[in-house]
Write a protein that binds this ligand. Structure first.
Ligand SMILES: C[S@@+](CC[C@H](N)C(=O)[O-])C[C@H]1O[C@@H](n2cnc3c(N)ncnc32)[C@H](O)[C@@H]1O
Length: 399
């Protein structure tokens, strides 16, 4: 599909040539002929596979033959412009690197029957909001079940001490009231009671550049404050064996703290909080590699990586994703929650920001996204990585 992403007609011989140059087709494979079908006629297996993929994509309304031309195909306006959800029970490989696989498919189909160890899931599912995003939202009454069903196959494969980082909005309001829905709390309780996960933290992702809102209750009625953060819940199946480590995400000490360390720590005694906190001579004097981050994370919503993928999407006539993580936030979470070589998954990958963070930090990844055009846009972010290949939007499996 990537070969057709510019929307220009492509002759099959040009397609085969570009796939050979990109080494998607092994050298010499185009010359091979094998007896095929009932009549045992000689055919090339690679070109047959490509033609089969072309017809599958045509059936999905994504590719079309150029009228009056033989062996010339182009992507349809639908493939480039509108969001195209993957049909149920169909999973296609969008692109891959040495470390990961990007799959176009509903997460229920991608993870059904999945049977590989997972160390972490970092994900931001669609929200149950009144005005859903372009990619849709989930009715509030169905939301808890939707999340539990999506997380179940992942929890089943989560290694002991693995973690799930779940970003869901808190900005869902009861009809006509400046009162927040308790659905996020219900999700947390259901994940504990139904899937056996423990809530180990509720990180605050503070985003100073968040658009002002809720408009009705903050700007018009003026009874609520503007929202400045989103929760990111951290769950584990076995908190006693967690391999998350704050040592992988230490921050630089402040000047003041470095001075304190240099002079050997405090030189006074103090008792605070009715005895809960005590200071002795020497307190805070031990040299350490850095400051343990607090669970309030400050990351602006926009970043360079997003600007680049946004530009690429616009150039290609692809829809722009409206709800992505800043890369620095995803990178922080991946480094905190996993070790190099671990496997992370994202079942609601959008523009694959979590997988990109995994790729950049040497973690393996597997991710699903339901909208073809987001997978197409995301590939721009992975092009330079080892083993990158995007020329194979071929049916990977049908479940
Ligand atoms: C909030 S966005 C994720 C953005 C992502 N964290 C990023 O930074 O790029 C949620 C995504 O889930 C996708 N989605 C919704 N339902 C899905 C499903 N059943 N299976 C897979 N993806 C789905 C939507 O198309 C949307 O792109």
């Amino acid at each position: 599909m990537a070969a057709y992403s510019r929307g220009e007609p492509l002759r099959n011989d040009q397609l085969y040539k570009s796939l050979s140059i990109d080494k998607v087709i092994p050298e010499g494979a185009l010359l091979e002929r094998v007896p095929t079908g009932k009549d045992r006629a000689l055919h090339n297996p690679v070109t047959r596979k490509i033609r089969w993929a072309q017809h599958s994509l045509r059936a999905l309304g994504l590719l079309e033959k150029v009228p009056g031309e033989r062996g010339v195909w182009r992507s349809t306006a639908k493939a480039r412009g509108e969001l195209t959800p993957a049909p149920r029970r169909t999973v296609l490989l969008g692109f891959s690197t040495k470390l990961g696989l990007a799959l176009w498919g509903d997460c229920a189909d991608v993870f059904k029957g999945f049977n590989e160890p997972i160390h972490c899931c970092l994900t931001s599912p669609p929200y149950c909001i009144d005005r859903p995003r372009a990619y849709g939202g989930i009715a509030e009454s169905l939301y808890v079940d939707f999340i539990c069903r999506a997380m179940e196959p992942i929890v089943k494969n989560l290694v002991a001490g693995g973690t799930i980082a779940l970003n869901i909005t808190q900005d869902v309001f009861l009809k006509g009231l400046p009162a927040r829905s308790l659905t996020p709390e219900r999700v947390v309780i259901a994940l504990h009671e139904k899937l056996g996960l423990y809530k180990v933290d509720s990180l605050v992702w503070s985003n100073a550049s968040k658009a002002p809102g809720p408009i009705a209750w903050a700007s018009k009625e003026r009874v609520l404050l503007n929202t400045g953060y989103e929760p990111i819940y951290i769950f584990s199946n076995d908190p006693s064996r967690m391999f998350a480590s704050n040592q992988r995400v230490l921050q630089p000490h402040t000047e003041r703290h470095l001075k304190l360390i240099a002079k050997g720590g405090e030189n006074r005694t103090g008792v605070y909080g009715d005895g809960a906190n005590k200071i002795y001579p020497g307190s805070f004097g031990a040299p350490t590699e850095g400051r343990i981050p607090r669970n309030v994370l400050q990351f602006g919503g926009r970043c360079h990586s997003q600007t680049e993928v946004r530009r690429f999407a616009k150039e290609q006539g692809l829809p722009v994703h409206g709800a992505t993580f800043p890369l620095a936030l995803a990178k922080f979470l991946i480094e905190y929650l996993t070790r190099p070589g671990d496997t992370m998954v994202d079942n609601f990958a959008g523009w694959f920001t979590g997988p990109l963070a995994a790729e950049l930090t040497g973690r393996r990844w597997l991710a699903s996204e339901r909208m073809l055009q987001y997978v197409e846009g995301a590939r721009r972010r992975f092009m330079g990585f080892a083993g990158y290949s995007d020329a194979h939007l071929l049916p990977e499996w049908e479940s």
